[in-house]
Design a protein. Structure first.
Length: 127
């Protein structure tokens, strides 16, 4: 077993560690060992790579949300509806899409024929 000597430990830290040791029914040395083990374990868990994928991680985290299967189905249905609405809105086959497409072609045709548009400064009369 390894040993560690901690020099220049603040007295207040030692007192808090003693209080914790008394609450847990341990000696100061046993409590210090427990604190170090907890900290080292937490660090190891934080840096180790999970043995499962992102989908598993998300499923485990979402399992405790309190949502029912019906809630999840409604959520999925609304996602599908929103995607379909968005596609229809932005599709070139919708009226808005056709209008945007025709405006794009007419402006590019006008540029080819007339050159780039010239803008007049605000406030000055033409001529």
């Amino acid at each position: 077993m390894a040993q560690i000597l901690v020099r220049e430990l603040d007295d207040a830290v030692k007192e808090r560690l003693l209080d914790r040791a008394k609450r847990n029914g341990r000696t100061l040395e046993a409590e210090a060992r427990a604190v170090l083990e907890e900290a080292a374990s937490a660090y190891a868990k934080a840096v180790e790579m999970p043995s499962f994928g992102l989908g598993t991680e998300l499923a485990e985290r979402s399992a405790n949300t309190g949502l029912t299967q019906q809630d999840w189905e409604e959520f999925d249905r609304s996602l599908i509806e929103n995607r379909a609405t968005s596609l229809a809105r932005n599709s070139i086959f919708s009226w808005t899409g056709l209008f945007r497409l025709s405006a794009m072609f007419s402006s590019s045709t006008a540029m080819r024929q007339n050159g780039p548009a010239k803008f007049m400064p605000v406030g000055k009369p033409p001529g």
